[in-house]
Ligand binder design. Structure first.
Ligand code: SAH
Length: 224
C-alpha cells in the first residue's frame, strides 16, 4: 500500500475539518471557510500534537496558553465580517494560527503577544510561512497599538472582564471589534460596532472559554 505524503493527509484533514466542524455549525462565509481549508493548522503546534491539529479541540501551545478549537477561530473570524481591505489589530498572537487566518482575509494585520517566548516563535513561524502582511509586537495588547490607530477591525483572543475602552477608542469608522468578555472561566463572544454616527453598538454572540487577557486593561494577575 502506498502511504500518502503528509501534505495530502493534511489537505484531506483540513477539508474534513471544514466540512464536519464548521459548515455544520453555522460557518457560512466562503472566504473564512477557504482560509481555514488553506492554512496548515498542524504547523502551529508542537510536532507531538500535529496528529490532533484538525480535531475539534483546543491545543496547548506552551506557557499555559492554548490554541482555540477550529470552530472558535472560525466564529470569531466570521463575526469580524472581513472583506479583504481591512487593517486589523489582533491581541494575543499565541501560536499565530488565528493571525495567519486573518492575514489571508484582510490587507494588514498588527498583532501583539504578551509573552516573549510565544511572540518570538510566532513571528518566526509566520515569516517562514511567507505571510508578509503581518506586523508582530511583544507587549501589553490591552492598551492596543495607539501609534497605528485607527483599525478597521480588532480581535481579542484572550478573555477580558470588560472590553478595554482603549481598544474601543482605537476602532475606526464602521469598525468592528470582537472579544470574549466575562469571568475567568466562561465568557461570551461580543461584537462592538462603531456606527456611522460614531455611537457604539454591542451584541452578544456565542458562549466561549479563553485564557485570560492579562494587562493594564485586563485581568491584573494570573491567580484564579
Ligand atoms: N489566538 C491564539 C491563541 C490565543 S491564547 C492562537 O491562534 O494561537 C491567548 C494569548 O493571549 C496567549 O498567548 C496569551 O499570552 C496572550 N495574552 C494574554 N494577555 C495579553 C495581553 N495583555 N496582551 C497580549 N497578549 C496577551
Amino acid at each position: 500500500m502506498k502511504i500518502p505524503e503528509h501534505g495530502m493527509i493534511s489537505l484531506r484533514a483540513r477539508h474534513r475539518m471544514v466540512q464536519e466542524q464548521l459548515e455544520t455549525q453555522g460557518i457560512q462565509d466562503p472566504r473564512v471557510l477557504a482560509a481555514m481549508r488553506e492554512i496548515h493548522r498542524h504547523l502551529f503546534v508542537e510536532e507531538a500534537l500535529a496528529s490532533r491539529a484538525y480535531s475539534d479541540e483546543n491545543l496547548p501551545i506552551g506557557a499555559g496558553q492554548t490554541l482555540s478549537q477550529p470552530l472558535t477561530v472560525a466564529r470569531m473570524t466570521q463575526a469580524l465580517r472581513l472583506t479583504g481591505n481591512e487593517e486589523c489589530l489582533e491581541i494575543g498572537t499565541g501560536s499565530g494560527y488565528q493571525t495567519a487566518i486573518l492575514a489571508r482575509l484582510c490587507r494588514k494585520v498588527y498583532t501583539i503577544e504578551r509573552l516573549t517566548g510565544l511572540a518570538d516563535a510566532s513571528r518566526k513561524r509566520l515569516r517562514l510561512l511567507g505571510l508578509h502582511n503581518i506586523v508582530c509586537r511583544q507587549g501589553d495588547g490591552s492598551l492596543g497599538w495607539p501609534e497605528e490607530r485607527p483599525f478597521d477591525r480588532i480581535l481579542v483572543t484572550a478573555g477580558t472582564p470588560v472590553t478595554p475602552e482603549n481598544l474601543i477608542r482605537q476602532l475606526g469608522p464602521n469598525g468592528i471589534l470582537v472579544a470574549p468578555e466575562g469571568s475567568k472561566n466562561a465568557q461570551n463572544l461580543i461584537r462592538v460596532t462603531r456606527q456611522e454616527d460614531g455611537s457604539i453598538r454591542k451584541e452578544t454572540l456565542d458562549p466561549c472559554c479563553f485564557v485570560p487577557l492579562i494587562g493594564a486593561q485586563g485581568w491584573q494577575n494570573e491567580a484564579p
